[in-house]
Structures are given as C-alpha cells and as structure tokens.
Design a protein around this ligand. Sequence first.
Ligand SMILES: Cc1cc2nc3c(=O)[nH]c(=O)nc-3n(C[C@H](O)[C@H](O)[C@H](O)COP(=O)(O)OP(=O)(O)OC[C@H]3O[C@@H](n4cnc5c(N)ncnc54)[C@H](O)[C@@H]3O)c2cc1C
Length: 493
Amino acid sequence: MQSGTPAPPSFMKWKELSSLVGSIRTRSLVARPTSIDQCREALVYCRQHGMTICARGAGRGYGDLALNDGQALMDMRAMNRILDFNEDAAQITVEAGIRLIDIYQAVHHHLLVLPASPTESHSSVAGAICANVNGKDAWRHGSFAHQVVSMTLMLADGETLKVDRSHELFNAVVGGIGLIGIIVDATLQLRPIPSPFVEIERIPAADVDAMLATMARVEQSHDAAVVWVDAYASGRRTGRSVIHAARWIKRHNTQSQRRAILEAGYRRLENHRRFGLALHEKFGPILSLSLNFQRPMMAAFNRLYYAGCRLLASTGRSSNSELFLRFGFEASFTVPPAHLVCGSHGYTVQLTFPRSSAREAIVELMRICQSSPCPPVTTILRAHKPDDSLISFSEDGYSLNFEFHPKKRHETASRKAVDQLIEATIRRGGKIHLAKDQVLRPEQFYRVFPRYRELLAIKRRLDPEGLFTSDLARRVGIDPVLNDLSGMPEIGS
Ligand SMILES: Cc1cc2nc3c(=O)[nH]c(=O)nc-3n(C[C@H](O)[C@H](O)[C@H](O)COP(=O)(O)OP(=O)(O)OC[C@H]3O[C@@H](n4cnc5c(N)ncnc54)[C@H](O)[C@@H]3O)c2cc1C
C-alpha cells in the first residue's frame, strides 16, 4: 500500500503467510470478517485501492490456491456458525468458515454424516466447495459438489445472491477455486447412517489386476474404501496393495451414549494431532536423517506391511469395527506430513485417470515413481464418480495420491518425476487436484480443464476487473487481467 492511502478497516492487517508446506512465502493484507457487512467492506476497500482479493478458508490446501502475494486475502475462519439444522430433511446451513469436523460434532450423534469429507477434517466448508474435495466414499456419493444444496455468494459489486443446483453459476462456483465470488454460507445435504461405526476389511491384492478386480467388487458391496499401494513393488508385483474397505454397521446405542462415544473419538483425534506435532517438533532432525535411508527403509516396511496383512487375511482376522471418525480422518493426524519431515521440498500430488485406462495408467505412474531417486512415501488410490463442475477433478475412474519426502539434494530430480507424472496423467485423459498442486503450467491447465473458457466467460461478466484472483490463478494463466486471453478459442469452438 502506498503512503497517504487511507488505513484499511480495523479487521484488515498485513501479514506474512506461507503455503502449507512452506515452499511459497507471501505477504498479504488479510481481512478477517465476522459478518457479511464486513465482507462487503473489505471488497469496497480493495476495489477503491486497486487491490485484488482471494478468499481463504482454513489454508489446508497444499499449494498456492488460497494465497495472493502483495494483495488482499479474505480469511473466512471467524464466520463459522451453524445457521440452521433441519434433522428431518438432513440438511445443515452453515457459515463459510466452519470446519468439517465441527459439522460432524453437531450432527454425527443424530446418525447423520457429511459424505465427501476429505481426510483433512479441519478444512472449511467453503474451501471444500471451491476445491471440490473428495472423500473415501467418492465413487458412491461423489465429490463435495454432490453434497451442496445451495450457497449464498457475494459478487465483486458486493451484491449477494442465492445459488442453488439449478442456478447457472452453481458449476462455476463449485470447484471454481474462489474466482467467481465469496461464499458466505452454504446448505449441505447430510446422509443417514445406521451408527457411527464401520466394519473395516483389509484385503491384500498381489498386483494391479488383483487390486482393480477387488475394487470392482468393493465398489458394489462397501460404502467407503481407500487403497494403500506399495509404490516400491515392481515387475509382476506392480500395484501390490491393501484395500481398506468400510461398511456402515448397526449398533444399538442411545443418543446420549453415542454422544459420549463420539466425544471420546474427537478427543482421541485431537490428542493424536497434538502428539504427532510434538513428536515431530522434538524428533524432527532424526526423522529428517531417516530420509537418507528412505529407499531401503520404505521398501522393507512396505514388504512387511503387505505380508502382515496377507497373514491376517489368511487367518480370518483381517476385519474389525471402529468409529468412522477414525477411518475417515485419523490419517491426517498420524501420518507425518511431508513438510514436517523434509521441509519445503516435501510434495503431495493427486491425479485422477479414467477407469478405461486405469491399468495402464497405474503401471506407468508406478514406473515413473520407481525411476525417481525418492519414490513416494505413501501412495493412496481412491475410486471416483464424475460431477458437472466446470473445473472438476472427479471422473469415472481412480485417483492416485502420492506423498514425496525427497532429500534436499534430490529436490530437482523429484520435481522432474512429478512433472512426468502430470504429463503421463494428462496424456491418458486424467486430471490434477488443484488443492494439491503447485507446479501446473498454463498449457497443462488448459489441456486438463478445457471448460476453463466457460468459467472465464462467467468471470468476465460478473467480475470484469478481476477482483477475485489468487497466486494459483495467475500461475496457471486464468487471471483475465494479467493473462492475455485474447488468443483463446471462443466457447464452443
Ligand atoms: C493432511 C491433508 C489431507 C487432505 N486430504 C484430502 C482428501 O482426502 N481429499 C481432498 O480432496 N483434499 C484433501 N486435502 C486438501 C484439502 O482438503 C483441501 O485443500 C481443502 O480445500 C482445504 O480447505 P480449506 O478450508 O483449507 O481451503 P483453502 O485452502 O483455504 O481454500 C481452498 C480454495 O477455496 C477458496 N475459498 C475458501 N473459502 C472461500 C470462500 N468463503 N469463498 C470463496 N472461495 C473460498 C480459496 O480461494 C481456494 O481457492 C487434504 C489436505 C491435507 C493438509
């Protein structure tokens, strides 16, 4: 801000921010509104002072989609109230900044669940809508797009409007990485469940064919699933994996018993998070040292884990029941996030590919991983179903989520492998999850999301000055003000 410019409202302050893994550092004028009026005031201030603004939820995306260096951010976390809960219709209306775990705390003991919840339960509702996140039930209940009934959206001129599923803006806002307006509240469709417990079955699969055949069965018989894949297994063992398949089960507890059980479950998640963070703070350097032995250590661990699961399966002890909370969310509390282990060169990427080319895609992506100096520490596969969002990650197919913990000297080679993974995915008609991206280039983005033109046509109409943008939008070439889009083919051409 230039000197002589009037001071921003008291709820706007300049702050240093970084991406989740710390590789991108920014400084922004951060508004932290507590009401719709303050959201509007922040937009007026930005417009009057020639600043752009980017909405930000919990900041749990891995890259730069909720950053706006040198410009303004609208941090929505203080707008986190439940506005209405209709148990009969199984619908909840919440302010944009509420976290998904807070919704669980409000409704789960009523035997309701919010499908498509990502492992990161501290994500905000609006962040989940705008990144169109997915959960372990994605093939059954779809992405977050499928759970949204309606939203209140604030446009660049400060006007608010209700956007329901039939509104022409719905598919531009959902998955639209915040480029159309600020979501101030949303109504979500919840689903009934028989109890908060699931039965988990762990099914070993010796190779990619066995994994895909098992998934085809699990998709018929189960409610949620996540596949641990051994990215170190090669040759005829490529795709060696363990399918963790969950099915809701009945339990005869009263509502107050359920409340008490779930309270203990939330406390356990919180304790895990605190313990995990404390552990990494104390033993971070030792964990970082272990990066030097990553390849042999991970290869041995994976072999042991697979053998253990096979042994349990052969003795009929491969299933147990547990709270869905644990199955759905605990991994984000216990698995050491890449940035805590290896700093800013840690890397996560999630790629979807169509069902029709799944086998070839998995084999090719595994080969690329194995040829990199530090293959991924965790590799997770999920099944998906398509949605109608203009910028959509979901499709009738599978995704692989890779978490890389490269040593510093392997940073460049590791990034090269990530670029090869992205190129291979695009070639096979797949997509890249923008919440987990920090390297996609404009020409790649245009190929992955050809309907960006429709998004931009709407944006030009509603936000001609490009008030809403982000570092990601500028990087992938969809900021209509900064990027010369005049050469772009028209819609429908
Ligand atoms: C450990 C971990 C596990 C994860 N697991 C999964 C997973 O299983 N599945 C999955 O899909 N993702 C997963 N993610 C990614 C995460 O769930 C998404 O990035 C999600 O969008 C984060 O929500 P947020 O509130 O932090 O959003 P932010 O990162 O703050 O914002 C995300 C996008 O939403 C926009 N936005 C936010 N609020 C508003 C608003 N009020 N109005 C308009 N635009 C807004 C922002 O501009 C940005 O484009 C995981 C992340 C972590 C760290």
